[in-house]
Write a protein that binds this ligand. Structure first.
Ligand code: UDP
Length: 384
């Protein structure tokens, strides 16, 4: 083994671990990824026909309130000053998201001020008494049933195909509800898109003579010098693939969602006027449409072509890329048993991280923050 540390998966968690270990500890790191590019689902690259930067696995907008994470990210890329806004298509009409005073007044054909809107939502949310324990109750407690049914229920059904009473309330508290006209999608202090794209950002993180990157390498395939069997117990490993797959699903598979994308080049300079339109209604089979040119207003893109991508969600089979942990109550008890198996590997110096390795719905900044902590708490002590 030519490495002191093996990192499985080159998404933001794995890339952060590799970068820190190489720079801080001076160790030789092998990073491997099953895909032919690094960066996991954050990867972006220019479309060959139009030059428009495509987020190959759906829109990624970097946002954080963590000053350390922001400073760390800015070592490897500059960010433009893009601010994310999302619109919803419901009943053939466009509404602003996240739900704000504009959405409420348009939906109720009203001109309510903040206090009147608060009173209306409180009246409509009154059916929920006690602490809301699942996504549906939480959403109704925040916005009442009419807005829930218009903007959340069917979108969530398409996205998760799981009874919303089985889904965790935290999924919906990702979105703010605002009683003013601020329709910025995120409330974080820092936000932007990497000016040269996510691909260039990740490549800059991995650009270190002590880091070797092997693409198209499956750690879980049985043979080979970089397989699980060859590495675990021989060299410290940070694994960022799916937790259940590391253990060959021996306790049963965790439930994951995957996405399918339908990408098209259209002969127009602007198809929808914004980066993301969500389709709230069950009648439209896709959840949202991305139009990537809007992420880089600072770039000179063609004015007669645009790239759009429709996003479809479905259950992940064994050969699909897992994207979203579903986290039903039975997943949560299975997860605890997998975590026990992972803890039992402790003596062999294996750490699990990232959205897939911890079965947590992490944003990009949270993945970096978790990797910075994992580096300090687990990886650094292996070498001291
Ligand atoms: N959501 C919804 N309607 C929307 C947008 C979001 O019901 O128009 C719900 C849905 O359950 C979704 C969750 O809020 O899974 C989180 O949305 P977010 O935009 O954060 O999802 P992501 O971009 O991570 O897929």
């Amino acid at each position: 083994m030519r490495a002191d540390l093996v990192v499985v998966g080159s998404g933001l968690f794995g890339a952060t671990i590799a970068q820190r270990a190489a720079e801080e500890l001076g160790v030789r790191v092998i990073v491997m990824d099953r895909r032919e590019h690094p960066g996991g689902n954050a990867w972006s690259q220019p479309d060959p026909a139009t030059g428009i930067e495509i987020h190959c696995y759906g829109s990624h907008i970097f946002h954080t309130s963590d000053a350390d994470v922001w400073a760390y990210a800015n070592r490897f890329t500059a960010f433009n000053d893009y601010r994310h806004h999302v619109y919803a298509n419901h009943g053939g009409e466009i509404y602003p998201l996240p739900i704000n005073l504009g959405t409420i007044n348009q939906f109720f054909r009203a001109a309510l001020g903040p206090e009147a809107a608060r009173a209306l939502l409180a009246e409509q949310a009154a059916e929920i008494t006690g602490t809301p324990a699942n996504l549906e109750d939480k959403a109704i407690s925040l916005i009442g049933r009419p807005l829930y049914e218009a903007f959340i229920r069917d979108y969530t059904a398409k996205q998760w195909q799981t009874d919303p009473t089985e889904l965790d309330a935290s999924i919906i508290t990702r979105l703010p509800v605002r009683l003013n006209y601020n329709n910025r999608y995120f409330s974080d202090r820092y936000e932007g898109i990497p000016t040269a794209g996510y691909g260039a950002w990740i490549e800059a993180m991995l650009d270190d003579p002590r880091i070797e990157v092997y693409l198209g390498q499956d750690f879980l395939a049985p043979d080979g010098p970089l397989s699980r069997e060859a590495c675990v117990g021989q060299v410290p490993v940070v694994y960022t693939g799916a937790l259940d797959r590391f253990f060959d699903n021996r306790l049963g598979a965790l439930t994951w969602r995957t996405l399918d994308f339908d990408t098209r080049v259209l002969p127009t300079g602007d198809h929808q006027g914004t980066a993301v339109v969500n389709y709230s209604d069950a009648a439209v089979p896709y959840t949202r449409v991305h139009e990537f040119r809007h992420y880089h207003p600072e770039r000179a893109y063609p004015d007669d072509a645009t790239v759009i991508m429709r996003e479809y969600s479905r259950p992940a089979g064994v050969d699909d890329e897992p994207y979203y942990p579903v986290g039903t109550p039975s997943d949560r008890s299975r997860l605890a048993r997998y975590q026990q198996l992972a803890a039992e590997l402790g003596g062999q110096q294996v750490a699990f991280g990232g959205r897939l390795g911890t079965y947590r719905y992490l944003n990009m900044d949270e993945a970096i923050a978790a990797a910075l902590s994992c580096f300090e708490d687990q990886v650094r002590p292996w070498f001291s």
